[in-house]
Design a binder for this molecule. Sequence first.
Ligand code: AMP
Length: 282
Amino acid sequence: MRVVEDIKEMQSIAASAREDDKKIVFIPTMGYLHEGHTGLLKRGRKLGDLLLMSIFVNTIQFGPAEDYKTYPIDIETDIKHAEKAGVDVLFHPDKDKIYPEGYQTFVEVRHLQRNLCGLFRPGHFVGVATIVLKLLNIVRPHIAIFGEKDYQQLVVIRRMISDLNLGIDLLSFPIVREHDGLAASSRNSYLTPRERKSAASIYKALCKGHELFEDGEREVRHIINGVRRILEKEHLVSVEYVKICDLDTLEDIYDIDRIALLAIAAKIGRVRLIDNLILVSS
Ligand code: AMP
């Protein structure tokens, strides 16, 4: 596996792979790899000839009061995981090369960024769309893979790829969970043992929502109340939002008359976690 820091070197590796008719699969991450990431990587390995991943903690998607400065980093261990998962090239650029002095171009996917996390993290999805577009321009992959855990991100990026005619296939990967259902996340490493236990209530709450839906409940406020009750039993958990929205537009819905997304964001102590589940009639 090659570890590449230089943008031009990355561009030239990708360009020569394209000339050789190799199918390039790209998976962007912020590192501190876990089973969610390795799930994406293993899927990517099967789909292409050149598997590229990036590790870049993207300053501009963090708000001033958020955890950019403490975001977990362990590049040595990440290199081992990436190698084991069959990555060919790990792109690990420097922040000052990605956003040099004078940088001033940003990408906004207007409506899709408004609800859910966008309500609580102003500017977050502009930061996400901007870095993803930059990385896609550098690598110019045939396929990019994103996880369904960050569902809003997935929808925003899909829209951007389509709106800007990037001609890249975007594939999504299902949420990888730990033994008690907690979605794997780099941020889980911040949790104390007591917080880690409480964090399992997020998945429990999603399952409650699913159960109510399966039992025939279609009124969103009833499902949301049931979900909130599970979360509110845990005193270490403070709910940021519980929402049910349209899977494509991400707009709130009030009666579930179509396939819908049940999404939660909650703080466990100071750690903000998100998770979701799709409600579909069986
Ligand atoms: P991150 O490093 O957190 O920015 O995540 C990089 C990619 O991995 C994103 O596409 C995420 O949606 C995806 N990802 C993170 N955690 C999970 C998970 N538990 N299951 C599936 N995909 C995930």
